[in-house]
Design a protein around this ligand. Sequence first.
Ligand SMILES: *[C@@H]1O[C@H](CO)[C@@H](O)[C@H](O)[C@H]1NC(C)=O
Ligand SMILES: *[C@@H]1O[C@H](CO)[C@@H](O)[C@H](O)[C@H]1NC(C)=O
Ligand SMILES: *[C@@H]1O[C@H](CO)[C@@H](O)[C@H](O)[C@H]1NC(C)=O
Ligand SMILES: *[C@@H]1O[C@H](CO)[C@@H](O)[C@H](O)[C@H]1NC(C)=O
Length: 416
Amino acid sequence: MVMAIPLLLAQLLLAVALGAVQAAPGLHPVVLVPGYATNELDARLTELYQPSSPGCGARKGEGWFRLYLNYSALQDPANVPCFAEQMSSVYDPAADDYFNVAGVETRVPFFGSTQAFRYPDPDRKNFSYMSTFVEQLEKMGYRDGESMFGAPYDFRYAVAPVGRPSMVGDAFFRALKGLIERASGLNGGRPVVIATHSFGGLLAHQFLVRQPLAWRRRFVRRFVPIAAPWGGVVLGMQVLVSGNNMGLPFVDPRALLRQERSLQSNLWILPSPAAFGTATPLVTTKSRNYSAGDVGDYFIAIGFGETVGLYESRVLPLFGGELPHPGVPVTSVIGVGVGTTERIVYPGDDFDGTPSMVAGDGDGVVNLASAMVVETPWSRRGGDFRIVKVFNVSHNALLVDDPALEIIIREIQRAD
Ligand SMILES: *[C@@H]1O[C@H](CO)[C@@H](O)[C@H](O)[C@H]1NC(C)=O
Ligand SMILES: *[C@@H]1O[C@H](CO)[C@@H](O)[C@H](O)[C@H]1NC(C)=O
Ligand SMILES: *[C@@H]1O[C@H](CO)[C@@H](O)[C@H](O)[C@H]1NC(C)=O
Ligand SMILES: *[C@@H]1O[C@H](CO)[C@@H](O)[C@H](O)[C@H]1NC(C)=O
């Protein structure tokens, strides 16, 4: 007994010491916001769900299941229409907001943890571009839930301009705010580094500019957006005509078109007049050129005219003009030197034929004009703002390739 107490004490002291090592004292905590369609999404089908075919209703009443991503389920073409139906959203004009399809409940699992997006499908670990990045942070001493946190979200939704309803997006912003405060609290009150990929950068930017400046200065040490499409992407125009298979080569993108047209987030990535001007043709048919200033006409031409009003009321006010400075130190990391579609040319008068793509500069997805649109307005304000160009590294490879990761890690460490 006499020996036991000091031993216990020693073990306790050792545990405390190890805990401190694990928490890597001195590191600024990192909060990661992933890109579009990168984190898991669960769904549950209730009695209200009216499947278009009996097969789609097979999971009705059976509780939560992983809707995104189940890679092997989508390899069976018969499952794709069910996926599309359950992933759709519906705009309700009376509420001026987007909702899930009736009878489809969804939730974002693992909020707070990088487990949410390390692998979009944990049963298919080689389909991932976030895991390498997370491992690099672990090598620096970051620990999930202690000094490194994940902010996954329902990527089908976004937020509306201040004052307009956006239930899902607003809930995400409240959760993100709480997470940042908790991350800081768990790390001696040190402010956090917010590192984002792609679409996650647009969300984090909107989040930041909606917080009081004093809060941002207190809680955010640095914002490190990677491959952020500030001014949208030209390819975003094509998604609304031929769909996007989210990198799953066995999925016919057209099978997801109707679903993707229903999502608020797909309007966010349309090319903005601020980045692409109103004179440069981005989509061309035999009879008409469409610039970033003609998105409304383009919607009508592709048979999507019902969305013109939504685009004008919920998207243009956010992205039509200069993006406000986030009010914290920023390092924007962008890929350049990779062929990126900057003009889509349809052979006929309509959008049925296979278009030819004219390539320009960018990261293969994000056009250089979009990545650079914040340079002038954010530099004008002075302070700590830099754009770091990584040559010949593509959109997702920025989080995988060693030279790119070295640069990103250096920018995150700059906070310490
Ligand atoms: C993924 O889909 C397959 C085929 O439909 C199914 O057998 C499996 O249980 C699903 N996995 C998860 C995690 O829901
Ligand atoms: C990924 O893993 C699956 C098995 O889970 C395997 O069949 C496939 O060949 C792998 N793909 C690559 C590119 O390694
Ligand atoms: C579209 O723009 C291109 C290049 O600016 C121009 O050559 C062409 O005549 C235009 N086409 C139409 C139909 O206006
Ligand atoms: C990028 O690739 C181009 C074409 O392959 C090459 O000419 C250029 O030197 C590369 N740039 C860098 C910095 O590696």
